[in-house]
Design a binder for this molecule. Structure first.
Ligand code: GTP
Ligand code: SPV
Ligand code: MN
Length: 590
């Protein structure tokens, strides 16, 4: 009898801890089959054709969109559900006023009732995954159990799945346990529960990205932020981008903007023609894990391997990289279709929608053709600007950290914080209009500190303290900035052209970080004067530019009062340094 070669050791035999957990979930959920994912291309091809046969995936026009598919979700399941997302810590205070909280026992009981027998007639998929490059000491592993093949395909694009992560898990037998079932896809029976003290996630009743791809927001932000606090690093809702100047120097920036506020676009921007010699390299578009390095700098890895990006607004003018990237090997969710079966969305600027995102004949009276939160899932390797250092095990060093929001008024185009503690206050004060990425009304301004309101797995007061402590460890800390690409004029038009033109602002930041470039000192920080920015070839009227860079003392006094009221709800957990920085800003305001 021949002995099996190493590579064919059955997956369930690799890790005792994983196998035991899978068995206990099998007994609870009672699936008709169990499939351990090896992550091979063949496995994904087979799964895809199975879904195509079953009508759950529609192949798109193979001439213009080879190997692309469309998935349509239930109309009640199109976005994250923040009101159904909970952090279940032993102490309510540890979750903080920024999270919905439920006692762990109660949450487990509730979820057990939902999961009990929920996989009858379905296949249970075991998806071992690694967040971060497999050879990186900063990477972290988990296993998602799901009964949704759509989730499996997404996870295979968004993370590194299969045998290699399972082998890594087997070395320590430590992993994040993520249990997911789409259940009945009923908003009344839907919960996304996090148990940071147990490294566990339980998600029921939704197949949508952030609710169901558990490696992403649930693990890489909520659970990881908790772990990061105990281990001395940061898990952030940030893109990571490398900028090579015409002199040939490359510097990296990490930027936190709330959901659907421009991370993917900034991460892969195309330099304007009037800025020759600049090159842009994407490291990540949504999540950054930041570690203080032995050299006193802050180092970043992107825990993800793909992009789950907003489709509407993507076109060859706003972002040719993104537009080209999603023409092959891409999974679209909730977009519309043209007569010849090409995907269509608002802001595409060509083609005509014939079928809307719900599969009905398109009728403008019923709203947009593509859902405003329609998404693409695509491998990062498809990105024309993917950085050659994106998978470096130790990460890349960060020169500037940027916070930003979507605000029609108040926040200027860009300003630089006075120092790290002030920068933490600037991050903690981010306000932004809500978007279609989460269920609820869009366009409402709310505080979204560090763009982490929906994603921080613990009390914001403790989180800001942790930010201050990480800063104190850095002898060469990144400079901290705030941006707003979304200022509007009285007619509601954007004052700033955005997209590729944002490079002008990033270039100013890098010059500031290197100790050059001028600025006006204002009560809220350093703001460039028009002459401090690269404006050659920029088509913005002088008055618009002045408005974009204006700091209105009356508006800012009101803003300071609102920030103070917001921060006060964190009571004794609010670090005194933030209160002091806010008082300093107030003192500087005329
Ligand atoms: P998540 O994936 O939800 O975390 O979002 P994101 O921050 O990656 O947002 P994304 O880059 O996908 O942009 C969301 C929307 O904002 C899209 O419709 C873009 O077209 C639009 N957008 C992005 N950058 C800019 C900009 O600089 N100016 C303007 N006006 N719109 C922008
Ligand atoms: C976000 O909402 O910030 C996203 C999309 O990046 S999701 O993964 O669905 O949360
Ligand atoms: Mn996001």
């Amino acid at each position: 009898m021949a002995t099996a070669p190493h590579a064919t050791v059955a997956l369930p035999a690799l890790s005792r801890a994983v196998a035991d957990w899978v068995e206990s979930v099998r007994q609870l959920t009672e699936p008709s089959a169990v499939h351990w994912c090896d992550g091979s291309a063949r496995e994904m091809r087979e799964l895809t054709s199975q879904l195509v046969s079953g009508g759950e995936l529609l192949p798109l026009n193979a001439q213009y969109f080879p190997r692309c598919h469309l998935a349509r979700s239930s109309p009640n399941d199109v976005a994250r559900v923040e009101h159904l997302t909970f952090v279940c810590t032993r102490s309510r205070e540890d979750a903080g006023p920024n999270n919905n909280w439920m006692a762990p026992d109660e949450a487990h009981r509730k979820m057990r009732a939902l999961f009990s027998g929920c996989m009858h007639g379905r296949t249970l998929y075991v998806v071992p995954y690694c967040m971060g490059p497999l050879d990186s000491p900063y990477a972290r592993c988990g296993v998602e159990i799901t009964d949704s093949p759509y989730v499996v395909i997404n996870m295979s694009i968004m993370t590194r799945i299969g045998r290699a992560p399972l082998e890594r898990i087997a070395r320590t037998e430590r992993f994040v346990k993520g249990l997911h079932s789409i259940g009945e896809v009923d908003p009344e029976r839907r919960f996304i529960m996090h148990f940071p003290e147990e490294l566990a996630i339980e998600s029921y009743g939704s197949g949508y990205g952030g609710n169901a791809l558990l490696g992403k927001k649930c693990h890489a932000l909520r659970i990881a932020s908790w772990q990061a606090r105990t281990e001395g690093w940061l898990a952030e809702h940030m893109l990571i981008v490398g900028l090579q100047s015409p002199r040939g120097e490359t510097h990296y920036i990490a930027a936190a903007f709330p959901s659907a506020c421009g991370k993917t676009n900034l991460a892969m921007l195309i330099p304007p023609q009037s800025m020759p010699g600049w090159k842009v390299f994407t490291v990540g578009d949504d999540i950054a894990w930041l570690h203080p390095g032995a050299d006193g700098r802050l180092w970043a890895i992107n825990p993800e391997a793909g992009y789950f990006g907003v489709v509407p607004g993507t076109n060859p003018e706003t972002n040719r990289n993104a537009y080209e990237m999603i023409r092959r090997d891409t999974l679209f969710t909730n977009v519309a279709l043209t007569a010849d079966n090409q995907p269509w969305w608002e802001g595409l600027k060509s083609g005509t929608p014939v079928i809307d995102w719900q599969g009905r004949p398109y009728d403008a009276a019923r709203g947009p053709a593509a859902h405003p939160n329609s998404r693409f899932t695509v491998s990062a390797t498809r990105n024309p600007s993917y950085s050659p250092h994106a998978e470096d095990a130790r990460g890349i060093p960060i020169s500037a950290l940027v916070f930003g929001g979507r605000r029609r008024e108040v926040a200027p185009l860009v300003y630089q914080a006075r120092n790290w503690a002030h920068g933490v206050l600037v991050g903690a004060s981010v306000a932004s209009e809500t978007t279609a990425a989460a269920a609820g009304k869009a366009g409402v301004v709310r505080r979204d500190p560090m763009a982490m309101l929906p994603f921080c797995g613990y009390n914001f007061g403790d989180y800001w303290r942790h930010w201050l402590e990480v800063g104190a460890k850095l002898t060469r800390p990144p400079q901290i900035f705030h941006v707003n690409w979304f200022r509007r004029d009285a007619q509601g038009r954007f004052l700033w052209p955005g997209f590729g033109e944002n490079l002008r602002v990033l270039a100013w930041m890098l010059e500031r970080a290197a100790g050059g470039a001028g600025a006006a000192e204002t009560p809220i920080g350093s703001v460039p004067r028009p002459q401090d920015l690269h404006t050659e070839g920029l088509e913005v009227r002088t008055e618009a530019m002045e408005e974009l860079l204006r700091v209105d003392p009356a508006l800012w006094r009101r803003e300071v009062a609102e920030i103070r009221a917001y921060l006060q709800q964190f009571g004794t957990r609010l670090p005194a340094a933030l209160t002091a920085e806010l008082a300093e800003t107030e003192r500087l305001l005329p």
